[in-house]
Design a protein around this ligand. Structure first.
Ligand SMILES: C[S@@+](CC[C@H](N)C(=O)[O-])C[C@H]1O[C@@H](n2cnc3c(N)ncnc32)[C@H](O)[C@@H]1O
Length: 234
């Protein structure tokens, strides 16, 4: 169900290219509209100052970057992603908010060191193979004192709700994906990649290994998603 490490970048790129047209709709359906609440909260943690700059890595259709510019029109956000079709689906999505997109791999962001007041990613890190390298690159383009914030799904715990989540994630989500996106495979990848993803405490350590400091996280939706926050100190 999951691609090999060698195949993963091409597999992920092709998968998002296929599901781009229905990506936003599936997000709203799968999360009962909660995904936008989490994006709002992650932006609060990003703490971008007025007239500040924000990079949204793995921006997809740009939801996080658009939201940042709508919340505060003095902020300049940029969205980067390696899947052209996702960004194409996002161009002009929010009338009057001209969001620039850049096609780029997470490991080699086309920006100088210390460029952005904050760098955020939503549901990206699960898709990359070398997570420490990805966070290190995000930290590189963040200004000193700025934050790197990551919103991601977390593996279901063995608590009493675990079986419920498994049923929802492994059966219902792929079924809805097969109807709405006409792509069961893509929405079966989601639960499998989530189960294989490190739990929040481990992810926090990976961010520290990438050089970020004061790392902390909060969990939401019965611990099925987490927001991690790290700071690039001087
Ligand atoms: C699940 S989508 C998230 C989109 C958006 N951030 C959101 O909140 O909905 C993951 C995105 O990460 C992108 N992505 C995955 N691996 C990447 C990589 N190595 N470099 C750049 N983008 C990548 C995919 O193309 C996809 O658009």
């Amino acid at each position: 169900m999951l691609p090999t490490i060698e195949d993963k970048p091409v597999y992920v790129n092709r998968m998002f290219a296929r599901i781009a047209p229905t990506y936003d709709l599936m997000n709203r359906l799968m999360t009962f509209g909660q995904d936008q609440t989490w994006r709002r909260e992650m932006l609060a943690y990003a703490n971008v100052p007025p007239r500040g700059t924000l990079l949204d890595v793995g921006t997809g259709t740009g939801d996080i970057a658009y939201m940042a510019m709508q919340q505060n029109p003095t902020i300049q956000a940029v969205g980067s992603d390696f899947t052209y079709e996702m960004m194409e689906a996002g161009v002009g999505k929010v009338p009057g908010v001209p969001l620039p997109f850049a096609q780029a791999d997470t490991y080699t962001l086309p920006f100088p060191d210390n460029t952005f007041d904050a760098v955020v990613s939503g549901f990206l890190v699960r898709n990359v193979v070398d997570r420490v390298a990805a966070f290190r690159e995000m930290a590189r383009v963040t200004k000193r004192g700025g934050r790197v914030v990551c919103l991601e799904t977390t593996p279901p715990s063995n608590s009493v709700l675990g079986p419920l989540f498994r049923l929802y994630f492994f059966q219902i989500v792929p079924f809805v994906g097969s109807i709405v996106a006409r792509d069961r495979q893509a929405y079966a990848y989601l639960p499998h990649s989530t189960v294989a993803f490190p739990p929040p405490g481990e992810l926090a350590h990976l961010m520290e290994r990438a050089g970020l400091q004061n790392v902390f996280y909060v969990e939401r939706m019965l611990n099925s998603v987490a927001i991690h926050v790290g700071t690039k100190l001087a």
